[in-house]
Design a protein around this ligand. Structure first.
Ligand code: IPT
Length: 992
């Protein structure tokens, strides 16, 4: 440290000065003064623009602004114009030159001041000043006395305030620098935001620290409790429920008949530490033992399977400052969606989040505030992880992580950090954790080759084939067979997979099948929980009216940025579940219901860690063509974790099926069994659905072609065929009954999804697609030939300059006489034949058409109610669904192809002009939107999408899968849509 430079701490490698040693976050009945609220604030442009005497108690700050603490200063002013600087997003790159530990002198610095009163009776002579999160470096003065400085943005820093604090009025001054040497360690993939973004308080000093050690022996059902206390006076422990009242908290206390803590039964025993001075500290104690047994991750003697998510702290208006309500919303949403694990990517969260995980039950991988990803583009040259000069900074962060969060039973794994290469400082951090807390496992993905200092073999974004190879111990070997042997004996986890950016992710079922089939695979964490979109309301495109939208990288004029890569969550920014989350919930359901129509059986397979299925109520429903024709309760014996119960379905089900058969509606009959919460849980009410299964129990014969066939008759400009009229020149359907239509014509383009546009590990799909001209295909009509039994239109779809094309024959038939239901039928049989060497998959293969309207009611029978695609369709259940075109649009932060209803049997689209009926043969994918694919392709934010007065319909034989290529593998082979000769049929009608 340069003694002459008062700001040397900004760039030096020291993690801070004047700080107290780290300790657990806990509550006590000693008084605390919260310093949250409005502070005086001034944003200096850099170190040359600081206010000289700002720390002086009598400094006049009346002209300064007021800023809320906690908050991120760049978020102030939003959703309008940011008032102080602006949020900036980069994924990997540092937004400043990489020259560690130096940062630009142009270093936005927030000067914060606040006066507060210390009430009579507050023990000012023994007090700490606590900052729970300040981004990124700061220095603190209390009543003009410099207490010290700190770094480590998402970690608690405490200073001894005893000498400076006084009864009555006090003045606190804090200088916060946006950039510091610490910024090199905080290159997480997220918005760069600064300020005092978590709470500040002054707390009376009593018990210094304690460490609750617990263990559970599943063979004896004994729990062990030992609390190591650091305190100036003697402290006793009481846990009345367990009959513990001990002068010596350290015991160890061995208790019989313990109910262990788990995600499914988060049993917490209430206790208390009481100091001789009278201080009381409430405890919530969970007993559990984490162990690796034969390469399997176990807790309390049983394997666990992580069905997890990576969670960043995010709110679209306040950034990384979250209320406890928002934290609770996250936990409840996770539990309600069958999620049982969370990795706190890539920093320790607000400690209250962990309290909620303890209480409601989530396995936590608690991660250090560490990422140095921006060194990777430079080949990891000068990476702090392997530079001994940074050792203290690494050990400091690690100790502050472990010390703060060590008393949470939900935390089962410490994670060193993310994407920081490898090196001696990571090894040292792991060694320190082993010394301090050997009751948990250590995770760090970056060490995946040798796994020298970790307990889990962790990978990110590998495909299902590689995952299966990992289980067999057949993943690519390293140069060192000893490393390979060591690694292959560890449990394997996917610390990130299923990149949830935009429409998707696809393929989750495939991953889950592999995970469930292999005990050594301990499961994984989807990347990631929530889109980090920022709410902005601003006038758009010269319009007067401000419109609201979610901003992403580049929207604040950043010099370098990574666009919408920041919006890759299972929740939209407002915490509405995306179709991806709905899919994940189904894919990871903890009980699987299987219906075997041939055997007349239902089986319930319990995939829980410990919980039997007795907490669920099952119900059955029989639906004929989507109409319920019978339902009732289903009594399933409580099935133990790991077991399966198979039962013959009840006589009432058989009776309902017999009645449906007799009724002979000609429709499909489905049996659905659901499992819902029988009673309220802390995280959802009775009736909340956990799992479901469906079986097709009566399948009707295919419907015959329209008969007798109507002739197609040419009249001047048009051709008439039954209820339909076609343009005689283009062969396009222009009218059906009273409905004005336009189309259908072969279409292969989709508004590229993020997984088409990006690729973290190879060539993005969009390149070959654009090279093949798939975005500019022209439909050239070659013939329109009416005959006595229908109309044949031939055409070729091809792009300028390309010798490849798709030949298409549309064969139209109709029946003049309405059917028994009064419906007239018009049928299209399309045959598509590729011409030329097609080497690229097609985005979609189907027909597009349109009809006038801005919105419509859409009813369909088939899978729903939500969006589904071929590799993301587990959550869609067959039934009759009702929606509107507006409601079927999925509000992706960056607009892209969305909203497909997969394998629809029949649909009814009702506008003020009438009703268009559509039936697949037997099924067709249906997408309807109030804007064109071209407009959707061109849009960059939701507000760019404007209704054009036309409803655009896509009836697709198939789509290319979604995959997860934006960061991970593309669609697996079965979900690649190859250009091959394809025939499909669809019927149209009008009327009810
Ligand atoms: C991986 C990062 O660990 C994570 O923070 C996030 O950036 C994610 O990717 C993508 O959204 S790193 C990836 C380039 C392998």
């Amino acid at each position: 440290m340069n003694g002459l430079d008062p700001h040397a701490y900004v760039e030096d490698l020291s993690p801070g000065t004047g700080r107290l040693r780290p300790r657990a976050a806990f509550t006590t009945d000693l008084p605390t003064i919260t310093l949250d609220g409005d502070w005086s604030f001034r944003l200096a442009s850099g170190l040359d623009d600081l206010t000289g005497d700002f720390a002086a108690p009598d400094f006049d700050d009346t002209a300064w602004d007021l800023l809320a603490v906690p908050s991120c200063w760049q978020m102030t002013g939003l959703p309008g114009e940011p008032r102080y600087g602006a949020p900036a997003y980069t994924n990997i790159l540092y937004p400043f030159p990489v020259d560690p530990p130096r940062v630009p002198r142009e270093n936005p610095t927030g000067e914060y001041r606040r006066a507060f009163d210390v009430p009579d009776g507050f023990p000012a002579s023994a007090a700490v000043l606590r900052f729970e999160g300040v981004d990124s470096a700061f220095a603190v003065w209390l009543n003009g006395i410099r207490l010290g400085d700190g770094k480590g943005s998402r970690l608690t820093t405490e200073f001894d305030a005893s000498a400076a604090l006084r009864p009555g009025r006090n003045v606190l001054a804090v200088r916060v620098h946006q950039w510091s040497s610490g910024s090199y360690l905080e290159d997480q993939d997220m918005w760069w935001l600064s300020g005092i973004f978590r709470s500040v308080s002054v707390a009376a000093r009593g018990v210094e620290d304690f460490f609750v050690h617990t263990a559970y022996d599943h063979t004896t059902r004994q729990g062990t409790l030992a609390v190591d206390v650091t305190a100036p006076t003697r402290v006793s422990l009481s846990v009345p429920e367990l009959g513990i009242s001990a002068a010596d908290p350290a015991g160890p206390h061995v208790i019989d008949g313990i109910e262990p803590w788990s995600d499914e039964r988060p049993r917490l025993y209430t206790g208390e530490l009481v100091s001789e001075a009278g201080e009381r500290i409430p405890l919530r104690i969970g007993f559990r033992t984490v162990a690796v047994v034969d390469g399997v991750l176990t807790v309390n003697g049983r394997p666990i399977s992580l069905r997890g998510v990576n969670r960043h702290e995010w709110h679209p208006l306040t950034g990384r400052t979250l209320t406890e309500d928002t934290m609770l919303t996250d936990v409840l949403l996770m539990k309600q969606h069958n999620i049982n694990a969370v990795r706190t990517s890539h920093y320790p969260p607000d400690h209250r989040f962990l309290d909620l995980c303890d209480e409601h039950g989530l396995w936590v991988f608690c991660e250090g505030d560490l990422e140095t990803h921006g060194f990777e583009p430079g080949g990891w040259r000068r990476n702090p992880s392997d530079d001994p000069a940074w050792r203290e900074a690494y050990l400091d962060r690690t100790a502050r992580l472990v010390e703060r969060d060590k008393n949470h039973p939900s935390v089962v794994v410490w994670s060193l950090g993310n994407e920081s290469g490898t090196g001696v400082n990571l090894a040292a951090a792991a060694a320190w954790i082993r010394w301090r807390d050997d009751s948990r496992l250590i995770h760090y993905e970056g060490d995946f080759a040798s796994c020298a200092y970790v307990d889990l073999y962790s990978r990110m974004y590998i495909g299902v084939d590689e995952l299966a190879a990992v289980d067999r111990g057949q993943e690519a070997p390293t140069a060192d067979p000893a490393d390979d042997a060591h690694r292959r004996a560890l449990p394997a986890v996917l610390c990130e997979y299923g990149h949830a950016m935009g429409t998707g992710p696809g393929g989750l079922s495939e991953y889950q099948q592999v995970i469930e089939a292999h005990p050594r695979l301990a499961g994984g964490f989807i990347w990631e929980w929530i889109d980090h979109g920022i709410t902005r309301t601003a006038p758009i495109n010269g319009q007067e009216e401000p419109r609201s939208y979610y901003a992403y990288g580049g929207d604040f004029g950043e010099e370098i940025h990574d666009g919408n890569f920041v919006a890759d969550g299972l929740l939209f920014p407002d915490r509405t579940p995306s179709p991806g989350l709905v899919e994940y919930k189904k894919v990871i359901e903890p009980v699987r219901i299987h219906i075997d129509p041939a055997a007349g059986q239902i089986s319930v397979r319990n995939l829980h860690h410990v919980r039997d299925s007795g907490y669920l109520d099952c119900r059955w429903t029989v639906e004929d063509g989507g109409e319920p024709v019978g339902s009732g309760g289903l009594s399933v014996p409580a099935t133990a974790a790991g077991a399966t119960t198979t039962l013959a379905w009840p006589a009432e089900v058989t009776a309902a099926l017999d009645a449906a058969r007799k009724n002979d509606s000609g429709d499909q009959v489905w049996l659905t069994v659901t499992a819902v919460l029988a009673a309220d849980e802390t995280w959802a009410g009775a009736g909340h659905e956990i799992a479901w299964g469906q079986g097709l129990v009566v399948a009707p014969a295919a419907s015959p072609a329209p008969a007798p066939p109507a002739p197609a008759i040419a009249h001047g400009g048009y051709v008439a065929l039954g209820p339909a009229r076609f343009d005689a020149r283009t062969g396009v359907l222009t009218r059906l009954g009273d409905l004005e239509l336009d189309g259908p014509m072969l279409d292969v383009w989709r508004a590229p999804i993020d997984n088409d546009l990006l690729s973290a590990f190879g060539e993005a799909q969009i390149g070959p697609w654009l090279a093949a001209g798939l975005d500019r295909m022209r439909h050239d009509v070659l013939g329109v030939e009416p005959d006595a039994s229908g109309l044949t239109v031939t055409a070729r779809l091809a792009a300028a300059g390309s010798s490849c094309g798709l030949g298409v024959v549309y064969r139209w038939t109709a029946c003049d006489t309405p059917d028994a239901a009064g419906r007239t039928r018009l049928r299209l049989d399309a045959v598509v034949t590729p011409d030329g060497p097609w080497s690229v998959p097609l985005p979609r293969l189907g027909v597009a058409m349109s009809l006038p309207g801005t919105d419509a009611e859409v009813e369909w029978f088939g899978p729903g109610p939500g969006e589904a695609y071929r590799d993301s369709r587990a959550a869609a259940r067959v039934g009759r669904h009702l929606s509107t075109v507006s409601a079927m649009q999925i509000p992706q932060v960056r607009p892209q192809e969305n909203g497909n209803r997969h394998q629809v049997r029949r649909a009814r689209i009702t506008t003020p002009d009438g009703t268009l009926l559509i039936s697949g043969d037997p099924v067709i994918d249906l997408t309807v939107r109030p804007w064109s694919t071209e407009a959707l392709t061109a849009a960059s934010h939701q507000h760019d999408l404007v209704r054009d007065g036309t409803l655009h319909l896509h009836l697709d034989h198939a789509h290319h899968g979604l995959g997860s290529a934006a960061c991970g593998p593309g669609p697996t082979a079965p979900h690649v849509l190859a250009a091959v000769t394809t025939a499909f049929g669809v019927e149209f009608g009008t009327g009810r």
